[in-house]
Design a protein around this ligand. Structure first.
Ligand SMILES: Cc1cc2nc3c(=O)[nH]c(=O)nc-3n(C[C@H](O)[C@H](O)[C@H](O)COP(=O)(O)OP(=O)(O)OC[C@H]3O[C@@H](n4cnc5c(N)ncnc54)[C@H](O)[C@@H]3O)c2cc1C
Length: 376
């Protein structure tokens, strides 16, 4: 019987497990991650608008793993030896026949003075720290923004930062405090995030204008406790939320796999690590062929996990892997009084306003998490 090892128990790792079993794959499966739990990142942003507790976004996977006949190995991966088909961890080495790397991405080293800013998207505790700091203010200047990996301008997390921006704007309006604040959105990467498509870029700038949000599209040189500096401008800030660029794990560079300068694992359209028939990549850990941008989206985590599973199940039966990724992308931006759906891709390129998407996000969350919550 084959042994499949999956690194990571996030949405991509869990989607891979489900799809493997749905394919009728009876291989033994080991998931390696520090804890047998899944953190649902999109729920983090809801904490700004709703009463939420950490337990509502941190899903215990013990029953899911039992149900799917999966061994969870509590460890952190520290390296890989593809020639020996062995994953190195801080506990012991683990051998595999097929490997799926679904270990997500990390935040890259920050800009000078990063200790003066908060990255609320990093964890539940950082989101709470940001909210406490916001509650302590009685007005002033807020900066919210994102950057890219220092050597890879395409490795960044933009979508959730727009969500954060509009959620803060909305919250201050609801509290009738918006007039007491100046809000600046800072990102030299905004055009990259919008895939160089002029229509969404102009539309987003118009939306900023309508909501009285300033846009700063310059490189950020440094932060300090009272603001930030670009090569040309000084921007004061009483509270700065900044999401640095993304990178792969430290062990990526010595893994023997093809990685980008930011350490993300490069794949072909079948989500297969370039040049390695038995290694697949799913979710935020990968840079997928035909998708030069580093996209961090949960539908993509699901999709790439499913493609990896289909192809491994096929290989395991001695068949040719055929599942492949298409190149369409979707993004959702919410604001105070409307929602905007931004579609970017070869087939579709548009922005739609006024789409009632809040309920559909709730539905997606419910649909996604019930797979892992209420099993057996
Ligand atoms: C605040 C926020 C809001 C978001 N909102 C949306 C949204 O509205 N819509 C959308 O489409 N996307 C959204 N995203 C993006 C989406 O959440 C991610 O794309 C998705 O979670 C990626 O899943 P993943 O499994 O690849 O990575 P992760 O969820 O990061 O999971 C990685 C897993 O790997 C494990 N791991 C990491 N390193 C190691 C190691 N060395 N050894 C072993 N295990 C390891 C981790 O413990 C974890 O279990 C949001 C992201 C954030 C941060």
């Amino acid at each position: 019987m084959s042994h499949i090892v999956i690194i990571g128990s996030g949405l991509a790792g869990c989607a891979t497990v489900r799809a493997l079993r749905q394919q009728g794959c009876d291989a033994s499966i080991t998931v390696i991650s520090p804890e047998p739990s899944l953190f649902y990142y999109p729920g983090l942003l809801r904490s700004l608008a709703e009463m939420r507790v950490e337990d509502s976004v941190l899903i215990n996977l013990t029953r899911f793993f039992e149900d799917q006949d999966v061994d969870h190995f509590a460890a952190s991966v520290t390296g890989l030896s593809p020639e020996a088909s062995v994953v190195k961890t801080d506990v012991t080495d683990v051998g595999y026949d097929y490997l799926v790397i679904a270990s997500g991405s990390q935040y890259s080293p920050g800009i000078v003075g990063s200790e003066h800013v908060i990255n609320p998207l990093k964890s539940w505790s950082e989101m709470m720290r940001y909210q406490r700091a916001l509650n302590e203010l009685e007005g002033g200047s807020l900066v919210i923004g994102f950057g890219a990996h220092p050597k890879d301008p395409l490795a960044f997390q933009g979508g959730p930062v727009f969500d954060l921006l509009f959620a803060i704007d909305s919250r201050l309006r609801n509290q009738r405090q918006r007039r007491s604040y100046d809000i600046t959105f800072a990102s030299p990467n905004l055009k990259h995030e919008l895939r160089f498509v002029d229509e969404p870029f102009d539309n987003l700038l118009s939306q900023f204008k309508r909501n009285h949000i300033h846009f700063l599209g310059e490189e950020i040189v440094s932060f300090d406790r009272d603001g930030l500096d670009t090569p040309h401008t000084r921007v004061p800030s009483n509270l700065t939320a900044f999401v640095p660029g993304l990178s792969g794990p430290e062990w990526a560079a010595s893994s023997g796999l093809k990685v980008t300068v930011s350490g993300l694992f490069e794949t072909n359209s079948a989500c297969q690590a370039v040049g390695h028939e038995n290694i697949y990549v799913a979710g935020d850990a990968g840079r997928f062929s035909d998708r030069p941008m580093k996209l961090t989206q949960y539908y993509l985590a699901d999709l790439t996990g499913e493609i990896a599973a289909h192809n491994i199940a096929a290989l395991d039966r001695g068949k040719t892997p055929v599942a492949a990724l298409s190149s369409d992308e979707h993004g959702i931006t919410e604001s105070v009084d409307n929602n905007s759906l931004i579609c970017r891709g070869k087939q579709r390129n548009y922005i739609r306003r006024g789409v009632p998407l809040t309920w559909s996000r709730n539905l997606m969350e419910w649909q996604t998490l019930r797979r892992y919550k209420n099993v057996s």
